[in-house]
Ligand binder design. Structure first.
Ligand code: DUC
Ligand code: ZN
Ligand code: ZN
Length: 466
């Protein structure tokens, strides 16, 4: 069984979510078929000596080409978004399919599939955003879609037009209970935010920094507590996405102590940014407007602690890109006048993995196996991506080969998304995924893009493997 490999990755240090070891990896027909010492030759060979061989990243929280209303256009389509993801070491992403009010989920999905088909550099699947939980959506459409492999959906507790009330959240969670799907919740209390917006507006306090002040920790903590309580009432597992601070983390810990199944997710912005970044000169703070907003140094510490201690299972980018200097982006005509009209979201799909690798692994906060779990293995398990997220025989050969000696200064000019800035401009990182394989095909070789759009395919999902 030592011959007949299409490709062998030789001499690297392989990491899984549990082990780190020296091994060669033999690949045939897009799958990993052998892991061992001194494997026979492959038609193609990659020398990974001195490098780490990890599962390709799975970013399970990404927004691409999502309708954003009011003349606002997202900076990435599926081509640029997945290209950027790939160049940052990802091989699968899970963007959202947003249901418009009155729209059927199937119609929404058709639209996103049409945009993605033939344009992707990574594999992909979709979470649904349930914005209109009508009787037919909850009674027929959603259960049928779960059967069809759309096994997770997100609900919002904030944003006019998107937020669900508690009764609607309970009903939507009940669909998850009946079907085995997984509910993700955006936890911020819309009424509290509106109240604070009113106060800030009355005081003429309209600059980007006010975005953070109108969405303080209490707004997120309360909603997190409520989401967890509603999930407990229904008796379903729940994913709390983009957690930004210690008190929200405490809510997750407390729910787990009560025996609840809770998946926690945090993102690079909550480790690397603070609300002070929203203070930039000349409205530059708009570049950092996202929800929940970045907090302070204590919150950053709490989030690191959550990654280290297992409160967080998922580390995702929440890539939600808008151009900055653009009338359809952050500086849209209304956005220039008030924080309220600055679209919420920041780019980050390409920088997620290098930031965690550099700040987490290289600085000794987490080990390589935890990195693999947080960035790939857990995403596959939580969201039912079969044959993904692991280096093991039988798995898809989705592999990122990391050069730990590669030092880079993050510059937007060298990234591959459709935005015109990165929130991490000037950040120095150590380590980069310089070669990336998707289904055994080399897509990035020595930092050069060699794959083609259309190489990435849609993947149906099974129910959560929680
Ligand atoms: N929620 C997200 O998940 N992403 C961007 C904006 C938001 O509110
Ligand atoms: Zn959200
Ligand atoms: Zn998001």
């Amino acid at each position: 069984m030592s011959e007949g490999f299409d490709l062998v990755i030789r001499g690297g240090t392989v990491a899984t979510a549990s082990d780190v070891f020296q091994a060669d990896i033999g690949i045939r027909e897009g799958r990993i078929v052998q892991i061992g010492e001194a494997l026979g030759r492959g038609t193609e060979e990659i020398d990974a000596t001195g490098r780490y061989v990890l599962p390709g990243g799975i970013d399970s929280h990404v927004h691409i080409a999502q309708a954003s209303g009011d003349g606002i256009v997202m900076a990435d389509d599926f081509e640029s978004g997945t290209r950027s993801a790939l160049m940052g070491g990802n091989t699968t992403i899970l963007p959202f399919c947003l249901q418009e009010k009155g729209q059927s989920l199937r119609a929404a999905l058709q639209g996103y599939h049409a945009l993605a088909e033939g344009n992707c550099y990574t594999d992909h699947s979709f979470h649904l955003i349930v914005a209109d939980p009508s009787a037919s959506v909850l009674g027929q459409e959603l259960p049928a879609l779960v059967e069809d492999g759309y096994t997770s959906f997100k609900v919002f507790m904030t944003y006019e037009g998107l937020r669900l009330n508690d009764a609607q959240i309970l009903e939507t969670m009940d669909v998850a209970r009946r079907t085995g799907a997984l509910v993700m919740v955006h936890c911020e209390n819309e009424d509290a935010i509106r109240y604070l917006i009113g106060r800030h507006e009355a005081e003429g306090n309209l600059a980007p920094r006010a975005h953070a002040s109108t969405r303080p920790v209490a707004v997120e903590r309360e909603a997190t507590h409520r989401a967890l309580s509603l999930a407990e009432v229904v008796d379903v597992p729940v994913v709390i996405v983009h957690v930004s601070n210690g008190p929200a983390i405490d809510e997750i810990r407390a729910a787990r102590a009560r025996g609840r199944k809770v998946i926690g997710e945090t993102c690079p912005q909550y480790l690397m940014l603070t609300a002070d970044d929203l203070d930039g000169m000349n409205w530059e703070g708009a570049k950092f407007v996202c929800s929940p907003p970045p907090r302070d140094a204590d919150a950053q510490k709490a989030c690191w602690n959550g990654l280290e201690t297992g409160v967080f299972d998922l580390f995702s980018s929440d890539h939600c890109p808008f151009r900055y200097d653009d009338p359809e982006g952050k500086l849209n005509p209304k956005g220039k006048t008030s924080f309220r009209h600055i679209p919420n979201g920041i780019p980050g799909v390409e920088t997620r993995l290098p930031i965690l690798f550099s700040e987490g692994v290289m600085k000794g906060r987490i080990d390589l196996s935890r990195f693999v779990a947080l960035t790939a293995t857990n995403h596959a398990k939580v969201y039912g991506l079969e044959r993904k997220g692991r280096i093991a025989v039988g798995m898809d050969a989705d592999i990122a080969i990391w050069d730990p000696a590669e030092r880079r200064t993050i510059r937007h000019a060298e990234l591959h998304d459709g935005a015109d800035y990165t929130p991490y401009e000037g950040l120095e990182v150590e380590g980069w995924p310089t070669t990336v394989l998707l289904g055994g095909k080399v897509m990035v070789r020595d930092s050069a893009l060699v794959g083609r759009k259309g190489d990435g395919r849609y993947r149906s999902r099974s129910r959560t493997g929680l």
